[in-house]
Design a protein around this ligand. Structure first.
Ligand code: GLN
Length: 199
């Protein structure tokens, strides 16, 4: 029997259910039959073809990953899609981080946490991306302030990079500053396309 593809959504905090739904909808649009699971333990991480790290709060996410003993294990996953706090987790360097806060450092990007201001300064906007136009929610979002030479920009807003991707020897990483799971499946489809192309 053909092995089924399993995508995990880090289920410790944040928009977990929304990402699970968006991933299932994206797979349906691509006419692919996959399983999508919430990941909370080392065991859940075994056998997944890709991981989505939802938005939430990056300091809390880091602490919860350490508590569950999966912070180092996540680095072994070859395809990772981070949004907001997930993007902070993927980054090499963070401006405005909490002392002791660590990131996975898998992607050659630098981000500024809470760069648009406080929670009240959250906003929504219509943006153009390499995948198409969409409506985006920026919720106490970070800004991507520096990218490495192999990082491809997928969207900018107000002059700032808000979506990008990088393929390294280690894996494929996709990072967004907004919350796609609330309005579109475009980026989930893009991520799944990447995972399927590895087969
Ligand atoms: N401000 C959050 C952080 O620092 C990110 C916000 C989000 O994920 N929407 O982690």
């Amino acid at each position: 029997m053909e092995k089924r593809i399993v995508i995990g959504v880090l289920g410790l905090q944040g928009d977990v259910l929304e990402h699970i739904d968006a991933t299932k909808n994206a797979a349906r649009k691509l006419r692919k039959d996959i399983d999508v699971i919430s990941v909370r333990t080392k065991r859940d991480l075994e056998g997944i073809a890709g991981l989505i790290i939802p938005g939430g709060e990056s300091t809390t996410l880091y602490k919860l990953c350490e508590r569950e003993g999966i912070f180092e294990e996540i680095k072994k996953i070859r395809n990772i899609f981070g949004t907001c706090a997930g993007t902070i987790m993927l980054s090499k360097n963070v401006e405005n981080k909490i002392p002791g806060q660590k990131t996975l450092q898998l992607m050659d990007i630098e981000v500024a946490r809470n760069a648009y201001g406080r929670q009240n300064d959250s906003f929504e906007a219509d943006i153009k991306t390499a995948l198409g136009a969409l409506h985006a929610f920026f919720i106490r979002a970070p800004k991507i302030t520096r990218i490495g030479k192999n990082v491809r920009i997928l969207a900018k807003y107000g002059g700032d990079i808000v979506a990008c991707e990088e393929k390294t020897k280690r894996g494929y990483y996709l990072a967004l500053c907004f919350h796609p799971e609330l309005t579109t499946t475009l980026f989930h489809e893009h991520f799944l396309g990447r995972v399927f192309s590895e087969d």
